[in-house]
Design a protein around this ligand. Structure first.
Ligand SMILES: Cc1cc2nc3c(=O)[nH]c(=O)nc-3n(C[C@H](O)[C@H](O)[C@H](O)COP(=O)(O)OP(=O)(O)OC[C@H]3O[C@@H](n4cnc5c(N)ncnc54)[C@H](O)[C@@H]3O)c2cc1C
Length: 479
């Protein structure tokens, strides 16, 4: 049995941001995650957009936390955690000038929330700044504070920094039972992977499964409905397809089919938005592809089906129209952080501060740590730096010149570094470094990556998995 002040269930962006926020205080915090690594839930399959805060009901919690999250990422976290946040701006386009009042409303709502620099631009402006737009586009709302980030590397940066500041992370620990205690200090006894953990506060950041977790803890008051989004990744040769992230006008359920710049270069199109009753339904469909291509081509007609190199689906954990973040009065000590649909990636740092406040209001003593290390050393990514810098690195460490993934220019040294920073699976290496994420999907580099992982972790080849137990790639060895 181990004892903690706070247990956080879930190591997605929400749990990671909360853990990092709490790591600034003298607390014993534990994160329990059911998957083999952090960021293997919803946080791995999204658009990677740091939204400005527009296209949300200005009275909603998610609108307020989105604007604040964007600000925190721009002003603090990108620098402190070495994140590659690119403020490329966004355009919300209209195909008919009759829709201008809708753009004006989005502008007014955004300004009410404090989103800066919003400007309605005409076709002449668009011709100069976004020349690939289709002839149907008439005008747009320019939103300069929107940007892009690598969603998984954002999670890993928060987790690494939290762990450096004393937070404990236990992966492959699925919470299966929660018992309420009356022993004063400990109000919860949590069973995960057969082990018992006790804590005074329980933060439920379990994404799609937050409703089940809350019910397990004695607060069965809400239901998560997954809303599927299919996304299609384009080849790097289309890297300069757009200068901004391009949106149509939003619908009642989503922000529409977008053209998304990504921080790693490959543009993306999507996501669709359709409710599904199945929390494991990650299939992409012919209908989803057709809908995505149709929506994307109306804005940028040069996109072709043959540009697509990969596709995936993610499930938004929807619970009504807003985030559900609250202390459960009937279960003292339980804080639900549920319904974290889009813009959850953006809002996460602000959600974390909000949750810190809720915990404090409900009796968690927060004593700042004098030895808090708010900064994290940025990992090297050769694809992000000029050749002259790469040459300098190779002089100091020749393994930077040993290129393992040729599609994405990833060296042996970057893979070793990813393992040292916590990667334990092939997907974990891919999300941290991009090795296996290119056009060949790891066809040429996977065996070499397995060897490097074996050397770093002291494991046999059969023990290296794609994303945890049951996903082994090598079933037997021949001499
Ligand atoms: C298609 C799509 C596009 C999106 N695009 C954007 C975007 O561009 N910008 C933006 O801001 N937001 C976007 N979002 C929303 C964003 O991805 C989510 O809001 C965010 O990732 C939710 O993070 P989370 O940590 O709450 O959930 P998750 O990442 O799912 O984390 C929850 C974790 O809890 C773990 N867990 C669950 N049950 C248990 C248990 N019993 N025991 C232990 N662990 C458990 C899971 O394994 C998981 O790792 C998008 C979402 C989708 C689906």
């Amino acid at each position: 049995m181990s004892s903690h002040d706070v247990i956080i269930v879930g190591a997605g962006i929400t749990g990671a941001a909360i853990a990092r926020e709490l790591s600034g205080f003298k607390l014993k915090t534990l994160i329990l995650e059911k998957e083999a690594e952090a960021a293997f839930g919803v946080s791995k399959s999204n658009s990677g957009i740091i939204h400005a805060g527009t296209q949300n009901d200005p009275g909603s919690l998610k609108a307020r936390l989105c604007v604040e999250g964007n600000r925190l990422i721009h002003d603090e976290l990108a620098r402190d955690l070495g994140l590659n946040f690119i403020r490329c701006g966004q355009l919300i386009v209209v195909f008919d000038l009759k829709d201008l009042p809708e753009l004006e409303k989005i502008q007014r709502d955004g300004e009410t929330l404090g989103v800066e620099g919003l400007q309605i631009v005409d076709r002449l402006w668009l011709n100069a700044h976004e020349p690939g737009l289709g002839p149907e586009v008439q005008a747009a709302l320019y939103v300069p504070s929107a940007g892009i980030i690598s969603p998984y590397r954002f999670v890993y940066a928060l987790i690494e920094n939290a762990v450096k500041n004393g937070v404990e992370l236990k992966t492959s620990h699925k919470v299966t039972a929660i018992r309420r205690l009356k022993d004063g200090k400990h109000r919860f006894e949590v069973t995960a992977s057969g082990k018992i953990f006790k804590a005074g506060f329980l933060v439920n950041a379990a994404g799609l499964f937050a409703d089940e977790l809350s019910a397990m803890a004695g607060a069965p008051g809400f239901r998560i409905t997954p809303r599927k989004g299919e996304e299609y990744l384009l080849d790097k040769k289309r890297e300069h397809l757009v200068n901004h992230i391009i949106f149509p006008l939003p619908t009642a359920d989503s922000k529409g089919i977008l053209i998304i710049r990504t921080s790693d270069g490959n543009p993306m199109i999507g996501p669709t938005a359709h409710d599904t009753g199945n929390k494991n339904d990650l299939a992409t469909t012919d209908e989803g592809l057709a809908e995505t291509l149709k929506g994307a081509r109306r804005m940028i007609p040069s996109i072709s089906k043959s540009d697509i190199i990969a596709y995936f689906a993610g499930l938004r954990p929807v619970c009504g129209h807003d985030f559900l973040i609250r202390h459960e009065e009937k279960v003292p000590g339980l804080v639900n952080v549920a319904g974290i649909q889009s813009p959850g990636l953006t809002a996460a740092p602000a959600i974390a501060r909000h949750v810190r406040g809720i915990l404090e209001e409900n009796g968690l003593e927060l004593i700042p740590r004098k030895d808090f290390h708010k900064q994290r050393e940025k990992p090297v990514h050769l694809f992000q730096i000029p050749l002259s810098k790469t040459r300098e690195l190779i002089k100091k460490e020749p393994a930077y010149g040993d290129i393992v993934c040729r599609c994405e220019l990833v060296s042996a040294q970057e893979i070793r570094d990813a393992v040292k920073r916590g990667a334990r699976t092939l997907d974990g290496v891919k999300f941290r470094t991009r090795a296996q994420a290119g056009r060949c999907h790891g066809g040429f580099c996977t065996t070499r990556i397995i060897k490097l992982m074996q050397e770093e972790l002291g494991l046999g080849p059969k023990e290296i998995t794609k994303r945890g137990p049951g996903t082994e790639l090598i079933s037997d060895e021949r001499k």
